[in-house]
Design a protein around this ligand. Structure first.
Ligand code: CP
Ligand code: NVA
Length: 304
């Protein structure tokens, strides 16, 4: 059966460990896989802008010997120019894999349902699994383990948090989440995470006070307050998220050796200060780099 990556919850702890082991090998510069995707073509359907996801996938595909075709918002026009199921069936006749960045999560599911080739979610309004896997890989790389560590997520209960939360709940990493009231993670995602945490032992805490969330944390993570597609809510959100900025004062409440993470793009002066993102705790550039290595491991898992 063909495999997809729509959500981290599609994966077991064992499978994530295997992806991380393969990532280590790829990141160490091994040339073993430089022809692994030879003769294979991948389509990148993007309804939204992207720097990291698009570039790291295109470069990763080239490094594995494959061919990438970028299909921006004006080309395919998912569900507008033709139905998603027709897009899926047509592209399955040309391509070997689809990476899709959509507004609606249902669109990625629909694409996957009607494709006979693997579909990778490159961010939807609900989840961002490639990001979540790269984030956990980065923590493991820096700290040597995930179990027994605590990550504090401060900000919006959005797609990036959903994948991080699911990843932590599978891998047994504690996560403490502080959002303004009304911006909590979605209940169905929380439910999935609590179910998975029963097996892994991960502790999940939901709060509304950033200071309580960061106490004793090994990692502080944030993301933008206004995600792509929510631009009309920007002013309302700026008010709602007041007090949720990662600044030096908040960082001083965490462990002295804590890591600062952000999926990027960052809005300096909003969810994070310039000093913190440029400061000694910040690992955001390594985190961004790891998108490349982790996604190569994901493509090998799904396609080879
Ligand atoms: N973090 C991330 O997915 O970045 P892009 O939106 O630039 O791809
Ligand atoms: N939550 C952000 C993540 C960008 C990578 C968004 O969806 O715009």
């Amino acid at each position: 059966m063909k495999k997809n990556l729509i959500s981290i919850s599609d994966l077991t702890r064992h499978e994530i460990d295997a992806i991380f082991l393969k990532t280590d090998e790829l990141k160490s510069g091994s040339k073993k896989f430089s022809r692994a995707l030879q003769g294979k073509s991948l389509g990148l359907i993007f309804q939204k802008p992207s720097n990291r996801t698009r570039v790291s996938f295109e470069v990763g595909i080239a490094q594995l010997g494959g061919y990438a075709i970028y299909l921006g918002p004006d080309e395919i026009q998912l569900g507008v120019r033709e139905e998603i199921r027709d897009v899926a069936r047509t592209l399955s006749r040309y391509l070997d894999c689809i990476v899709a960045r959509t507004f609606s999560h249902d669109d990625v599911i629909e694409l996957a349902r009607h494709s006979s080739i693997p579909v990778i979610n490159g961010l939807s309004d609900l989840t961002h699994p490639c990001q979540g896997l790269s984030d956990l890989y980065t923590v493991k790389e820096k700290m040597g383990r995930l179990k027994g560590l605590k990550i504090a997520y401060i900000g919006d209960g959005n797609n990036v948090l959903h994948s991080l939360l699911l990843g932590c709940s599978i891998m047994g990493m504690d996560i403490s989440i502080a959002t303004p009231k009304g911006y909590e993670p979605r209940r169905d995602i929380l439910h999935q995470a609590f179910e998975k945490s029963k097996k892994s032992g991960a502790r999940i805490t939901l709060l509304h006070e950033p200071e309580r969330a960061v106490k004793d944390s090994h990692v502080i993570y944030t993301d933008v307050w206004t995600s792509m597609g929510q631009e009309k809510e920007r002013n309302k959100r700026l008010k709602a998220f007041k007090g949720f900025q990662i600044d030096l004062r908040l960082v001083s409440k965490a462990r002295r050796d804590c890591l600062i993470m952000h999926c990027l793009p960052a809005h300096r002066g909003e969810e994070i200060t310039d000093e913190v993102i440029e400061g000694r705790h910040s690992v955001v550039w390594d985190q961004a780099e790891n998108r490349l290595h982790v996604q190569k491991a994901i493509m090998l898992k799904l396609m080879v």
